[in-house]
Design a protein around this ligand. Sequence first.
Ligand SMILES: [Zn+2]
Length: 232
Amino acid sequence: MNSDIKIMLELQEYWDNIRSSKSAIEKALESTRAAEKEIAEHTRKLNSIGNSVMELKNSVKRQELDLADMGNRIKKLEDRKMMIKTEKELHAREKEIDVIRFDIGSLEEKTLTMIDELDGVEKKYSQLEQDVRQKEIRLNDARLKFAQETSRHEEIVARNEEKFNSLIGRLSAGYKSKFLKFLNSRDGTAIARVEDEICGFCNRKIPPYLAIEASKDDRVATCSNCGKYIYK
Ligand SMILES: [Zn+2]
């Protein structure tokens, strides 16, 4: 095998290691960010439900005070019944009491509905609260794991960068800039193996003479289709 090709293969291996470790770090960072965002959204929702709970509780309390107030009014009216002298007056007083009793009835109904509603909202709140807590616990675990994974991958990156940097100087100057350009492209690949006259990178057939060149020690061949360095 051509010595430049040998060097390229080794460099490509270091490069692949660097890329895969960097992408693992990025992926872990992304999933942590997504989990944080989800928790923030749930917490916002939780706070808004918490506000509804407070509002409902206050309304129920107000209505209960109103009911007590109405009860007192009826009691007062009943007490004063003793002092009434005429039939007409008594009739009017009883009518007044009936009106208040009717109001009490409808307000009681409204309050009961509200208490039911409050019950439902409180249940929803506690479910969501539990959900958020569990998510936070999971996120903390993930953060710990992420920190360990990241330092492991950072070590891999550093080790491979060191090897890469000490070897790149040995690649013949004529191939270096094209090789580095390929490595820094989106696919990060500079060299591919040829098998049965097929380029291992682009999977296209190359001319037979090129396949022979790719196997020679004194040549550095490139794919006629994708341009990557090829070897056999
Ligand atoms: Zn190719």
